[in-house]
Design a protein around this ligand. Structure first.
Ligand SMILES: Cc1cc2nc3c(=O)[nH]c(=O)nc-3n(C[C@H](O)[C@H](O)[C@H](O)COP(=O)(O)OP(=O)(O)OC[C@H]3O[C@@H](n4cnc5c(N)ncnc54)[C@H](O)[C@@H]3O)c2cc1C
Length: 267
């Protein structure tokens, strides 16, 4: 799509360059920004020229720059033997027409867009990740990705704030994981995604995305128990309704996927 209202594009190379002028927005991979008209946008500030290292791995875990593409993240995951490694590709493949956008779409763009079917949101929430946000006053704030995404297309980002990256703790990377997805067609947009994770201490976490307007996380002190998770989800009250599935169907399907995930992790 030609963005006919856009008069300029700036390459950001320092933190000072990230101050937005009126009408400017941040540009990452552009796979969404260039996919539909943006009548309110007059200028683009390119984040990919900041030169951020896509991923850094150390004993505390994995740091993913907001500008890391899905393809770059998959490359890094493939070079590590984390117990959670399969989850990276499972989530990447949950993108609608996934392979077409892996080289372009960034992890940060996916989180900031905050679509229910945000495949990198699923991954980050499943792995208990935190966002690192740069504030316009030169500061920084952090919060769980599950709290950062507040609804369909909404996050806690204030105007001018930049998502700098996502941090995944080592304990989550060392967890066993399970993944289930439901979509109306084989490569279609996800209607419901359930992940499960058992950490090295035996605690489990089950997450729901795509079926809900925001990520829903259920934590248990022990291994996964489908009845306990189902009871927690009954209070979720965030089932999503759009052309990819009505809310009651999504709730039902999610219940089935939860049982499969818990059975896989409990076996
Ligand atoms: C074929 C196709 C399939 C798709 N499938 C899916 C899907 O299944 N699920 C899904 O969720 N999306 C999907 N998308 C939408 C989109 O491509 C992805 O969400 C992608 O991850 C967005 O990342 P991007 O880097 O291209 O973001 P951009 O298009 O560059 O930006 C997206 C938004 O985030 C803002 N932004 C980007 N980075 C930052 C940052 N670091 N800090 C602050 N704001 C920022 C931008 O200003 C913009 O508002 C699809 C798109 C296409 C074309």
């Amino acid at each position: 799509v030609d963005l006919v209202t856009v008069g300029h594009q700036r390459a950001a190379r320092s933190r000072d360059d990230l101050r937005l002028a009126p009408g400017e927005v941040f540009l990452a991979g552009g796979s969404w920004l260039f996919s539909e008209p943006q009548p309110a946008v007059e200028g683009l500030v390119d984040l990919t020229t900041m030169g951020w290292q896509p991923c850094t791995v150390d004993s505390s875990g994995l740091s993913i720059a907001a500008t890391c593409t899905v393809a770059e993240l998959l490359d890094v995951a493939a070079r590590h033997d984390w117990a959670s490694q399969p989850l990276f590709r499972q989530c990447a493949e949950a993108f609608l027409m996934s392979f077409k956008i892996w080289a372009t779409a960034t992890v940060g763009g996916n989180l900031c867009l905050a679509l229910p079917a945000g495949a990198m949101i699923t991954l980050a929430v499943a792995l208990d990740a935190e966002v690192v946000v740069w504030t316009p006053d030169g500061g920084e704030r952090r919060e769980p990705v599950a709290a950062f995404v507040t609804g369909v297309g909404s996050t806690t980002l204030a105007h001018g704030e930049v998502l700098r990256g996502v941090e995944v703790p080592a304990e989550a990377l060392a967890s066993r994981t399970a993944f289930r997805k439901m979509a109306l067609t084989p490569l279609g947009r996800s209607s419901a995604v359930v992940t499960g994770r058992v950490d090295p201490a035996g605690r489990s976490t089950v997450t729901v995305t795509a079926a809900t307007t925001r990520p829903v996380v259920v934590r248990l002190d022990a291994g996964p128990d489908a009845d306990v998770v189902a009871a927690a989800l009954a209070a979720a009250d965030a089932w999503y309704d759009d052309p990819h599935g009505p809310a009651d169907w999504r709730e039902h399907v999610t219940g089935l996927l939860v049982r499969e995930v818990c059975a896989e992790l409990g076996s």
